[in-house]
Design a protein around this ligand. Structure first.
Ligand SMILES: NC(=O)c1ccc[n+]([C@@H]2O[C@H](COP(=O)([O-])OP(=O)(O)OC[C@H]3O[C@@H](n4cnc5c(N)ncnc54)[C@H](O)[C@@H]3O)[C@@H](O)[C@H]2O)c1
Length: 340
C-alpha cells in the first residue's frame, strides 16, 4: 500500500512546470508521468522529469497505477477531459477555467456527483496571504458591512504571445480573451470576497489586436451582487507590461486596498500596511505562488491529512459571471448569473 499518490500531467506547456514543482514538493504526491499530443513537448518533459510518458489521455486513464490527473491543456479540452477522468475513477486537478461556459459546467457537475469525483479547481490567488487577510477582515465584521468592490487588471499580451499557441485568441478554443483567461482570477476574487453575484452588465472590445485575435482584449463590467453590493471590473491585455492586479474592498468604516502585492487598510484617512504577498514564485511572476499551496493541500486532503483546497463547486460563481459577462457584451443588456 503506497502512502502517496501517482500523478500524471496532461499538457506539457507553460503552466505544467508549476504543477510539476507543486507535485514534487508534496510528500503525498509523485510525478508518475506526463502526457502530450505534441511529441517535442512530451520528449522535453520526459527528459526533464525522467517519468513515464503517454501520448493520449485515453492511455493515462487506462493505467491503473495513475491516481491523479492534472489537466493543463487548452480550454476547449477541459470539460471533456474532466468528465472522462472522473468516469475513469481518477482524482483531478484542473486548471482554470474549469469549463468554457455554464452549460458545460452544469453537465460536468452531474458527472462529478454521479461518480463522486474529487476535483481541485486551480484558482490559486485565493491562497495568497493578502487575499486570506482580506477575507478574514471582511468576515470579522470589525469594519462593518461590505459596500462595494473593484478589480482592475492591466496586462500585456501581444501578437507574439497569441502566436505561441494555435488555440489562443479564438472563441472555439480559448472561449474568449482577457476575461476568460488572464482576468479570470480577478473575477473569481471579486466573487469570493464580495456577495453572491446575481447579474452582469458589460462591454467587451478588441482595442489593440485587431486582425490578430477574434476575441476581446479589453472588458469592463458591473457585477450586481446580493445585498445591493456592486463589483466593478476592468481588464485589458493592451497594456505595456503585466502590472500587479489591483483590488479595493469598501466597508462601512474602512476600506482595504491591494496593490503592488501589498494590502493596505485605510481607516479615518490613515493608511497602514497589513500584509504582503512575499511568496516563492515558480513560473511567471503574474501567476503568483498559490499553486504549491492549493495542490499540496489537495494531495494532503486525499491522503487523509486535511488541507483546504478549491473543490469543483468553487468554480460556479466565476463561470456564472464570465458567462453572463460575454452574454451581456453581445446583447447589450444586463444578464442573469446562472447557478447550479
Ligand atoms: N492558473 C494560472 O495562473 C494559469 C497560468 C497559465 C495558464 N493557465 C491555464 O493552463 C492551461 C494551459 O495553458 P498553457 O499556457 O500551459 O498552454 P500551452 O499551450 O503552453 O500548453 C498546452 C499543452 O497542452 C498540449 N495539448 C493540446 N492538446 C492536447 C491533448 N489532446 N492531449 C494532451 N496534451 C494536449 C499542447 O501540446 C501543449 O503542450 C490553460 O487552461 C490556461 O488557462 C493557468
Amino acid at each position: 500500500m503506497r502512502d502517496y499518490l501517482n500523478a500524471v500531467i496532461i499538457g506539457c506547456g507553460s503552466i505544467s512546470v508549476v504543477h510539476a514543482a507543486a507535485i514534487n514538493d508534496s510528500e503525498f504526491a509523485k510525478l508518475y508521468g506526463v502526457c502530450d499530443t505534441d511529441k517535442s513537448k512530451l520528449d522535453a518533459a520526459v527528459a526533464k522529469y525522467g517519468c513515464k510518458c503517454y501520448t493520449s489521455i485515453e492511455e493515462v486513464l487506462e493505467d491503473e497505477n495513475v491516481d491523479v490527473v492534472h489537466i493543463c491543456t487548452p480550454h476547449y479540452l477541459h470539460s471533456s477531459m474532466l468528465e472522462a477522468s472522473v468516469k475513469a475513477g481518477k482524482k483531478v486537478v484542473i486548471e482554470k477555467p474549469m469549463t468554457m461556459n455554464f452549460d458545460e459546467y452544469r453537465h460536468a457537475y452531474a458527472v462529478v456527483k454521479e461518480y463522486d469525483g474529487k476535483v481541485c479547481n486551480i484558482i490559486q490567488n485565493r491562497f495568497n496571504p493578502c487575499i486570506i487577510k482580506i477575507k478574514e477582515m471582511i468576515e470579522s465584521g470589525k469594519y462593518g458591512k461590505i459596500l462595494g468592490l473593484r478589480g482592475i487588471l492591466t496586462w500585456k499580451r501581444d501578437a507574439k504571445y497569441y502566436a505561441s499557441g494555435q488555440w489562443r485568441g479564438k472563441w472555439a478554443t480559448e472561449g474568449g480573451g482577457v476575461v476568460i483567461n488572464q482576468a479570470l482570477h480577478t473575477i473569481d476574487l471579486l466573487c469570493y470576497l464580495g456577495k453572491k453575484p446575481k447579474s452582469v452588465k458589460a462591454t467587451c472590445d478588441n482595442r489593440s489586436l485587431q486582425g490578430i485575435i477574434e476575441v476581446e482584449d479589453t472588458a469592463e463590467a458591473i457585477i450586481h451582487m446580493d445585498e445591493g453590493v456592486n463589483a466593478l471590473f476592468y481588464a485589458t491585455n493592451a497594456y505595456c507590461r503585466d502590472s500587479c492586479y489591483d483590488l479595493e474592498v469598501v466597508m462601512e468604516n474602512a476600506y482595504l486596498k491591494y496593490m503592488f502585492n501589498n494590502l493596505y487598510l485605510i481607516e479615518n484617512g490613515e493608511m497602514s500596511l497589513l500584509e504582503s504577498d512575499k511568496m516563492e514564485v515558480c513560473g511567471k511572476t503574474c501567476w503568483g505562488g498559490g499553486h504549491k499551496t492549493v495542490i499540496g493541500n489537495f494531495y494532503s486532503n486525499l491522503c487523509g491529512h486535511g488541507g483546504e483546497y478549491t473543490p469543483f463547486e468553487s468554480a460556479a460563481e466565476y463561470i456564472g459571471v464570465f458567462d453572463a459577462l460575454y452574454k451581456s457584451a453581445n446583447s447589450r443588456k444586463e444578464e442573469k448569473v446562472e447557478t447550479l
